[in-house]
Each structure stands twice: as structure tokens, then as C-alpha cells.
Write a protein that binds this ligand. Sequence first.
Ligand code: NCD
Ligand code: ZN
Length: 336
Amino acid sequence: MSLTLNAPLDMHLHLRDGQMLENIAKCSASSFSGGLIMPNLVPPVSTKEDVIAYKQRIIQAIGDEEFEPYMTLFFDPSFDREFLESIKSDIIGIKLYPAGITTNSEGGLSGFDVEELRGVLTAMSELDIPLCVHGETNGFVMDREAEFVSIYERLATAFPKLKIIMEHITTKASVDALDRFENLYATITIHHLLITLDDVAGGMLNPHLFCKPIAKRPEDRDALRKVALEAHPKVSFGSDSAPHPREAKESCGCAAGVFTAPIALQLLAQLFDEADAPIENLQAFVSGNGQKIYGISPIPKTITLEKSPFVVPNDYNGVVPMYAGETISYSIISKD
Ligand code: NCD
Ligand code: ZN
């Protein structure tokens, strides 16, 4: 049994920089037609020059593959309208991190006062630049995302024309918020559709499944699966594939991030197949919805998968993928 996906998109992707970029860029470029590139480098991507130069480095690292890096900027509340107008054509979104909440987010935002944000968010909304948000408070780890929902609600109400993307949602609380506000959207990762906290820490600790936000409860996963499998139009696939060197994961003080880029499409095919969900829904979840939400027309590219066992490699240039050494049930057989 085979299935063909048109122009799959990864709407939340960490490609890193330097040697790591060289090592892993092709893992995404060989499966996807494009990806929304996260700006959390050190230092973050926060000027027009940074965006243009980083995009060039990505294109260089990708080599011959056809892959569009859709660039983002690291949010700063001091961005003014003139600056945003000058950068609008170089980016498709601006990523907001609460300060210190995850990898390389030290320069993030430390308060969500609507009046303090009014200038920048009004300008973004008038210029139609989406705001992509890592939605976690610094509360108790299992409650961080649910606690952040009230901040999403405040922003969505104060800026009703601003497209707000709740990145990598992991809870039923976030899923429920989607339908309460016209301007709230979400991305969902493949790992959060497959695992719960039990897989991370219920038995032997698995550092390769440790990420922010942490995987939650079975009922949260069920809620995520429901909207992904039905291809809810406000939800798109974003892997949040976040590579770290093996030493940074298999260590005391494990870095947060799950590396899924090379197996994401195979796992999505497996999940939709096992759930008997229509292929059109997978196509919408992994491309059509993202195209509509961001108003983009991806590079034509087809990826064909078949139901045949694939043994996940133990590492890709020193980065351990999710399910390393395990057998999954779909393989990529051709690309066009
Ligand atoms: C990401 C990273 O490593 O850059 N880590 C993660 O656990 N997801 C950052 C992020 O998206 O939170
Ligand atoms: Zn991320």
C-alpha cells in the first residue's frame, strides 16, 4: 500500500546553525517542501540582516534539494511599524518566547501586558504578520501550557485581527481554546500525537523524548489526535524537530528537544493509517492547512511512502532521532 503527499510542510522547525545545520538540514529538505524556521539561534535572529544571512546559510546547507525555508524573526516588543514594514517580505511570522522558557530563549519576553504590547501587535496585525507563540508560563511543569491559555485569550481578544499560532500544543485546554477565538491557530508535533509523559519518564528515563512543552496525559494526546486526524482547518503540522548533539541529550542536565525530521512523514503516515483516517486529512494537516493559514504556495514536490518496515537509524551525524533503532511501519520510497 502506498500513498503520495503533495508539498508536505513542516510549520515549526529548528535547523540550527554552523556544523549542526550542515549535519541535519537535508533530513528536513529530503522529506518536506518547506519549513517554518525557528529563530532561536545564539544570538537570536532579530534583524533583517540576520534573517537574510541565515536564510542564505540554510539554502547553502540544503544543497541540491528543493526546500523553501520560511523565515521568522525573534519577537522584541520594541519592533516599530517602520521596521516591520521593511522586513515583512522576508518573513512569514514572528516567534515570541517567554523569557527563559526553553532552549535559547533568554532574550524572550518577561511580561504580557496588553498595553505594553499594543504598538507592536497592532502593527503586526495591520501588516498581517502572524505571531507564533511558545505558550508556557513558568509554573508547575505539567500546568505551564494550560496556564498560558488565559494569556492567549487576552491577546486574541485585544488584537482580534492578529493571527496567533499556538505552537506545538500538548493539552486539551489549548485544543479547546482553538474554537473559542477566530484568530487562534495551532501547530502539533508528531511526538505529541504519539507519546505521553509515561513514555518520557514512566519507566527508564528517555532523554530523547524530553522536550518543551513536556508530553502530557493520555486525554491530552487524545484531544490532539482528534483535531489532527480530522484535519481541523486551524491546525497544521509543525514537527518542532529540535536536534541537540548526543552528548547534550545523554547527560546530566538533558537539553530539551526531540529530533524527528527524518522520520516525521513516515510516522504521520503510520498514525493516520492506524487510525483509519482519510489520506485527504493527512494531506490537509501536513500541507493544505498551513498553506491557507500563512497564505503560502509551496514548491511542488511529491513524496511517496509505502507500508513497509523502516528501521530508524541510531543517529544522523551525531544526533539521535526519536525511536532510534526501532522499526516503524512506513518508509519513503520516492520523491519527485
Ligand atoms: C526547542 C529547541 O531545542 O530549540 N526545544 C524543545 O524542547 N522543543 C525549543 C522549543 O521549541 O521549545
Ligand atoms: Zn520549537
